[in-house]
Ligand binder design. Structure first.
Ligand code: LMR
Length: 392
């Protein structure tokens, strides 16, 4: 029976981690998977997390099960940051549960949508490759539309066309900020147009917020999500703390449902619990508990925000330097200066991306996506020279 299982390709993005680790060249540059790196190229544990973990070790007196919802103190402590300080539950219409990372959150959001009767999910492409994998694995139909134009700006016409075609049985998956892989986000004025269009289409929004704080700031990066939620009767929100708290391998996420009225919340959440129980039973506790301790403590919160600000500042410096380089070979790097978050696409062909890796030791995704945080003042000139070399 098990012989029926056919060899599957390794996840292309995760395979890059191994390829990079196996490369003996000291000059190699890892621009693959999305982890933040300092100017020294490290991915340290946040100081605020270290302090919270210390507190956790000292105060945690049990590791007994919490239940499929995970740490509800964590889930609720995040809500003012995501939904706004004023009435973060929207009169009891929003409730959530903890998930294993942002992937667990997207998975649960899509599974809930499916349970509710959704059959098709609209999504701008390119997108984070795992979005399509999750949608396909759940047996949902993916309807793609162009996220951005060749000029590197959001393709509003494509989005509005998709919304005009979508039906109330459909969902639409949108990135809240720091679009992965393009770094091309909707401007606030565009969200102002998107929110009523979603409402008019009657389509169910699934909003994925995996990089809050890494674009313009925690408040600023929530604009689109809050704008949509202000307009529509119901929505699903997938959230990740893996990047903005640097907790990648601890898998810290949450999924929230917003219902039309508060009395509908328990039924929706009970479906979330049932799906979680059948999939992973309960999410891992450690990272979420550390986040809760940070958010419950004003000093630790200030420390975390400061660390997040430093990350954003450094990425802005890298982007400014890339933009200042202008054209490298046949690639115009200028647009990268105006993009947001960890990622941007460098428009290279598959052969050129392979040459980046084989000839220059630069590891980037097959889509041309780079993790800009992998660039430092020590390796950025080497990267720009490599782009120029492979693209002449
Ligand atoms: C990425 O896109 O690199 C990250 O979200 C990591 C992942 O799980 O793919």
């Amino acid at each position: 029976m098990l012989n029926n299982l056919q060899q599957q390709p390794a996840d292309a993005l995760l395979a890059l981690i191994k390829l990079h680790n196996d490369d003996p060249r000291t000059s190699k540059i890892d621009l693959g998977v999305g982890v933040y790196r300092t100017g020294q190229g490290d991915t340290p544990v946040f100081g605020a997390i270290k302090a919270a973990e210390k507190k956790l070790l000292e105060t945690q007196n049990s590791k007994a099960y919490l239940g499929p919802e995970g740490d509800m103190g964590f889930v609720h402590a995040l809500m003012p940051w995501v939904f706004g300080r004023q009435d973060p539950t929207k009169g009891g219409r929003i409730e959530g549960m903890q998930t294993p990372g942002g992937t667990g959150a997207v998975r649960l959001a899509c599974a809930l949508a499916k349970r509710a009767g959704v059959k098709r999910v609209w999504m701008g492409t390119p997108s984070w490759p795992n979005h399509a994998q999750i949608i396909a694995d759940l047996g949902l139909e993916l309807k793609g539309f162009k996220h951005n134009t060749a000029e590197g700006v959001v393709d509003m016409d494509a989005l509005m066309g998709a919304l005009a075609e979508a039906t109330p049985e459909d969902a639409i998956l949108l990135h809240g900020c720091c679009h992965n892989p393009t770094g091309i986000d909707y401007a606030n004025a565009q969200w102002d147009a998107i929110a009523p269009a979603i409402k008019a289409a009657g389509v169910l929004p699934i909003l994925d917020l995996a990089y809050q704080g890494l674009g313009y700031g925690m408040e600023e990066d929530a604009y689109g999500l809050r704008r949509v939620l202000a307009e529509v009767p119901e929505a699903l929100i997938a959230y990740s703390c893996d990047k903005n708290f640097g907790l990648y391998r601890d898998r810290v996420g949450a999924v929230y449902v917003m219902m039309e009225s508060a009395d509908q919340v328990p039924a929706a959440i009970s479906n979330g619990h049932a799906l979680a129980r059948a999939a992973w039973s309960m999410p891992p506790d450690h990272g979420a508990a550390a986040v809760r301790l940070i958010l419950e403590d004003a000093d630790l919160t200030a420390m975390w925000i400061d660390e997040l600000d430093q990350m954003r500042t450094r990425m802005a410096q890298v982007r400014a330097k890339l933009a200042a380089a202008g054209v490298a070979g046949s690639v115009n790097l200028s647009p990268l200066g105006g993009q947001n978050g960890l990622f941007s696409i460098v428009p290279l062909s598959a052969e050129q991306i392979l040459a980046m890796r084989e000839k220059h030791g630069v590891y980037m995704a097959g889509s041309g996506r780079i993790n800009v945080a992998g660039l430092t003042m020590n390796n950025i000139d080497q990267f720009i020279a490599a782009v120029a070399d492979v693209s002449v």
